[in-house]
Design a protein around this ligand. Structure first.
Ligand SMILES: *Cc1c(COP(=O)(O)O)cnc(C)c1O
Length: 373
């Protein structure tokens, strides 16, 4: 049998080697490697412009960005969130000593179901932490209305949504703050990295100290905080990748289109539909497999692909509420849509370097299982 190349669910985009080396060369003269160096400051300015937000605070990873943002906004008691996400979202809430209250998701785009939020609000609720899953935009207008009415804070987990805009506004401009992840597997990366975007200047200066042990100056430490600073090598990777981001998105759009040409309309396969007024980033290509209509389960598709060295992933399964560390710990939530989706979702390989012939091979394998259109 012919050797097949391995295709993973994601592949990090790398800037041309010379571009990166050219930009790190000055570090051998300055020997300023971290602690809000020149590239750190430049990247935060460049990202603020690119993301169309007033302020960008950089962190060593997205998870700490979210954890510290929750701490800085002083959230207490209960936080309404969804279990259909990467475990980081729930961990950040619980590690801040807060109680996650799990809300169900919208079956169309897998983000928080805004019609279910108000039923979950109690006198202990302090915030809503929704997730722009797969880069799909949450219903930000309804969430803002609910938050205003009940005096709740809103922090978006925008880890998947880098570069997404809604009616021309940057995705990071909604709510009190948004968290982005710049992990190597995300559409835009700094190897590891993350950010908080906000229009709240006070939050920015609190986060500045918080990510550096709470240090205000040489002798004053006025905040409790860990070390969560982004270093210069990470920041340079981000500056290089940002220059190439528009090409990155164009290439991903071609892959995305091909998947849709081949898989939309297939009985039993549910695809994410583009959202009105949203410019998307083509970060992921999830399919939801209704086994009764398709004739095979999600796991069968995953196994067939794996036999050919193609590794799709069950993002997101299991629900975070069902993970060993959380099972039975919080009130059983009515999250039927999230549970149904988690059992059936499969995220197909997606990257800027995925070739159309590979997309076709993936689709051929999936369609070979289908009973026909
Ligand atoms: C990647 C991710 C995170 C965590 O970001 P890191 O940069 O890996 O720490 C949080 N939430 C979601 C939804 C993610 O996908």
């Amino acid at each position: 049998m012919k050797e097949e190349k391995t295709i993973l669910v994601a592949r990090s985009s790398m800037p041309p080697f010379e571009e990166y080396v050219e930009k790190i060369r000055p570090l051998w003269d300055s020997v300023w490697l971290t602690n809000m160096g020149e590239n750190h400051e430049a990247l935060s300015r460049e990202l603020a412009t690119f993301l169309k937000v007033p302020y960008v605070s950089l962190f060593t990873n997205g998870h700490l960005a979210l954890e510290l943002c929750i701490q800085a906004l002083g959230l207490q008691g209960e936080v309404i969130t969804t279990p259909f996400t990467f475990v980081s979202t729930t961990q950040a809430i619980v590690r801040n000593g807060l109680t996650p209250v799990f809300c169900d998701i919208d079956p169309k785009n897998y983000t928080i179901d805004v019609n279910r939020i108000e039923d979950l609000i109690t006198e202990k609720t302090s915030a809503i932490i929704p997730v722009h899953v797969y880069g799909n935009l949450c219903d930000v207008d309804s969430i803002e209305e609910i938050a205003k009415k009940h005096h709740l804070k809103v922090i978006y987990d925008a880890a998947h949504a880098f570069g997404v805009t809604y009616r021309g506004k940057g995705v990071g401009s909604f709510g009190d703050a948004s968290m982005f992840s710049f992990h190597a597997t995300k559409v835009f990366h700094t190897i590891e990295g993350g950010a908080v975007t906000t229009d709240n200047e006070e939050l920015v200066s609190l986060l500045y100290r918080m990510r550096d042990f709470g240090i205000k100056d040489e002798e004053i430490v006025d905040t409790i905080g860990p070390n969560a600073k982004m270093n210069e090598f990470q920041a340079v990777m981000g500056r290089c990748n940002l220059v190439h981001f528009p090409e990155e998105i164009e290439k991903r759009a071609v892959v995305w289109k091909r998947y849709r040409e081949r898989l939309s309309g297939v009985r039993g396969l549910i695809l994410c539909e583009p959202q009105k007024d949203v410019e998307q980033n083509y970060a992921y290509f999830p399919i939801v497999v209704n086994e009764k209509q398709f004739g095979h389960t999600r796991d069968e598709i995953k196994d067939v692909l794996a036999m050919h060295q193609i590794f799709a992933r069950k993002y997101f399964y299991p629900l975070t509420s069902q993970m060993e560390c959380y099972k039975g710990r919080f009130a059983d939530a009515d999250v039927k849509v999230a549970a149904w989706t988690a059992e059936r979702v499969l995220t197909l390989p997606m990257s800027a370097v995925l070739e159309i012939s590979d997309v076709d091979r993936i689709c051929d394998l999936i369609l070979s299982l289908s009973d026909g259109k």
